[in-house]
Write a protein that binds this ligand. Structure first.
Ligand code: FAD
Length: 474
C-alpha cells in the first residue's frame, strides 16, 4: 500500500459510467449489492449522454423544428427568415446534457453507490487500481463497461489534434456554423450530423468509402434518405476516399479520389465520422487472462460473463450493435446474474434507429439478410402517402414494411423509413419478441389518425388485404 492510498472492499466494481455502466451499478445496488462505480470523466452518462445520443438528438430536434416551419408556408404559416444563434444553441445542448448527467448522479447517490473518478486498470484478478484517485478497489465481481472511443484518422489526413479536423465530439458542441462542411463517413453519425449542419445552413459535401451510404440498412429504406440528402447536400461521393487534408488560412484543402478521378476542394470545416473502436486497450485485461478479439471486443457468453466467471462485460466493448439500448439490456442481465437471479441476454432482435431525415428504423430480419441467407419471406409494404395522418402532417415520405414467414405468418422483421420511425419500431420489436403473427397486428386496434396505423396496414398488405391500397390482381 502506498501512503495516502484509499482502499475499498466491495461486492461489485463497475468500470465506466455510461448507459451500460450506470445501469449495471444501479440495478446491482437495487438487488442488494454494495457497488463502487469508477468513471474517468467528471460527468456520468458516458458517450451516449455527453457526446453521442443526447447532444446529437437535441441538435437534430432543434434543426427539425426550423425545417418544419420553413416547409409549412403552403399550410398557411407565415414567418420571417429563420436563423440560428450558435451560442444559444450550444448552450441549450450543454444544459440538456448537464441536467441529464446531474439526474444520473442523483440516482447513483440515492443508491449509496460509491463513485470514484479516475482511470481503472486491473492489477489482480480481484483488484483494480484507479489512476487519478490513488485508490484500490477490491471486488467480488467486476463489470467492464468502458464503451468505445473515436478511431483516429491516419496522420496524413490531419489526425494531429491541432490540425483542427472535427470529430463528432466537436461538431455536437456547435462551436460555429461553417459556410461549408466536408463530412467523411456515410454511416449514421456522419449522416445525422451532416443533415443537421445542412439544416443550420452549411453547404455540406459527403464522402463515403463504400458504394452505399448507411451500409447495413436495406437499400429501399436508404433510398428515401438518399433522395433527401441529394436535395440538402452540395455533393455525395460514394466509392470515394479522402487522400489528403491540408490546413489553410481560409479552411481545409481536401483531395478526394472519386470514381471519376481526383478532385481538390476547399472547405471551411472537415468532420471525420469514420468509426469508433472499443475502449479495451488500457484496462490491464492481460492481468485477468482475458483476450480481446481482432476488433478489440471482449468475448462474453449469454450472461455477459467473460472467460472469468466473476468478470462481466457489457455495451460497446462486446460484440453486436454499438447502441445504448443494447448496453442497458446487457447491464440488467449482468446485475441479475451477479445477484443470483436466472437471467440471460437472449433477445431475438435489437432495434436500430437512425435519426436521419426522414428517420430509418429496423428490427429483426432485414430483407438483405433474408436474400443473402435464402430465407423465404412475405413482404407487406405500406406507403405513408396512403396514410391520413401522414398527409395531415405533410410527412408522406417513406413506408413501413413487415417481413413474415410465408407459412406461419410469424413476424420476422420490420423496416420503417419516415416520420416517427424511431418511436414506431418499438411495436415491431415487441411483436418479434412476443412471437406475434400478422393477425396480431391486424386485429389489435390502432388509434386513428396516427402513424401507428401504418404498421397494421403493412400487416394487411402482406395478405393483400389493406383497404387503403389498390388491390393487387392475383
Ligand atoms: P460509453 O457510453 O462509451 O461509456 C463508457 C464510459 O467509460 C465513458 O464515460 C468513459 O469515460 C468511461 N471509461 C472508459 N475507460 C475507462 C476506465 N479505464 N476507467 C474509468 N472509466 C472509463 N446509440 C443509440 O442507441 N442511439 C443513438 O441515437 C446514438 N447516437 C450516437 C451518436 C453519436 C455521435 C455517438 C458517438 C454514439 C451514438 N450512439 C447511439 C452510441 C452510444 O453512444 C453507445 O452505444 C453507448 O454510449 C455505449 O454505452 P457504454 O455504456 O457501452 O459505453
Amino acid at each position: 500500500m502506498v501512503v495516502g492510498e484509499m482502499i475499498y472492499d466491495t461486492d461489485v466494481v463497475v468500470i465506466g459510467g455510461g448507459p451500460g455502466g450506470y445501469t449495471a451499478a444501479i440495478a446491482a445496488a437495487d438487488l442488494g449489492q454494495e457497488v463502487v462505480l469508477v468513471e474517468s470523466a467528471d460527468m456520468l452518462g458516458g458517450v451516449c449522454l455527453t457526446r453521442g445520443c443526447i447532444p446529437s438528438k437535441t441538435l437534430i430536434h432543434v434543426v427539425n423544428i426550423a425545417d418544419s416551419v420553413r416547409q409549412s408556408e403552403y399550410m398557411g404559416i407565415v414567418h420571417e427568415k429563420i436563423g440560428f444563434d450558435p451560442k444559444a444553441l450550444a448552450a441549450h445542448i450543454q444544459s440538456t446534457v448537464a441536467d441529464l448527467a446531474d439526474g444520473v448522479a442523483r440516482l447513483v447517490k440515492n443508491r449509496d453507490i460509491e463513485r470514484v473518478q479516475g482511470h481503472a486498470r486491473f492489477i489482480e484478478p480481484h483488484q483494480v487500481y484507479v489512476d487519478g484517485a490513488n485508490t484500490i478497489v477490491r471486488f467480488k465481481h467486476a463489470v467492464i463497461a468502458t464503451g468505445s472511443r473515436i478511431s483516429e484518422l491516419p496522420e496524413e489526413l490531419g489526425a494531429d489534434p491541432d490540425a483542427g479536423v472535427w470529430t463528432s465530439d466537436q461538431a455536437l458542441m456547435v462551436p460555429e456554423i461553417p459556410t461549408s462542411l466536408l463530412v467523411i463517413g456515410g454511416g449514421y453519425i456522419g449522416l445525422e450530423i451532416g443533415q443537421a449542419y445542412a439544416g443550420l445552413g452549411s453547404r455540406v459535401t459527403l464522402v463515403e468509402f463504400a458504394p452505399q451510404i448507411l451500409a447495413g440498412a436495406d437499400k429501399d429504406l436508404v433510398q428515401v434518405v438518399l433522395r433527401q440528402c441529394e436535395k440538402q447536400f452540395d455533393a455525395i461521393h460514394v466509392d470515394s476516399r479522402v487522400t489528403q487534408i491540408t490546413r489553410k488560412k481560409d479552411g481545409f484543402s481536401v483531395t478526394i479520389a472519386t470514381e471519376g478521378g481526383e478532385i481538390t476542394e476547399t472547405f471551411s470545416r472537415v468532420l471525420a465520422a469514420t468509426g469508433r473502436r472499443p475502449a479495451t486497450s488500457d484496462l490491464g485485461l492481460s492481468v485477468l487472462g482475458i483476450d480481446v478479439d481482432d476488433k478489440g471486443l471482449i468475448p462474453v457468453d449469454d450472461q455477459c460473463r467473460t472467460v472469468l466467471p466473476h468478470v462481466f462485460a457489457v455495451g460497446d466493448v462486446t460484440a453486436g450493435p454499438a447502441l445504448a439500448h443494447k448496453a442497458v439490456r446487457q447491464a440488467r442481465v449482468t446485475a441479475d446474474v451477479i445477484a443470483g437471479k436466472k437471467s440471460a441476454y437472449d433477445n431475438v432482435s435489437v432495434p436500430a434507429v437512425l435519426f436521419t431525415r426522414p428517420e430509418i428504423a429496423w428490427t429483426g430480419l432485414t430483407e438483405t439478410q433474408a436474400k443473402e441467407n435464402r430465407i423465404p419471406v412475405t413482404v407487406g409494404k405500406f406507403p405513408l402517402t396512403a396514410l391520413g395522418r401522414a398527409k395531415s402532417a405533410g410527412r408522406t415520405q417513406g413506408f413501413v414494411k413487415i417481413l413474415s414467414d410465408p407459412d406461419s405468418e410469424r413476424i420476422l422483421g420490420m423496416g420503417i423509413v419516415g416520420e416517427h420511425a424511431s418511436e414506431l419500431i418499438a411495436e415491431g420489436n415487441l411483436a418479434i419478441e412476443m412471437g406475434a403473427c400478422l393477425e396480431d397486428l391486424i386485429v389489435s386496434i390502432h388509434p386513428h389518425p396516427t402513424f401507428s396505423e401504418a404498421l397494421m396496414e403493412a400487416a394487411e398488405a402482406a395478405r393483400n388485404e389493406s383497404v387503403h391500397l389498390i388491390k393487387k390482381q392475383t
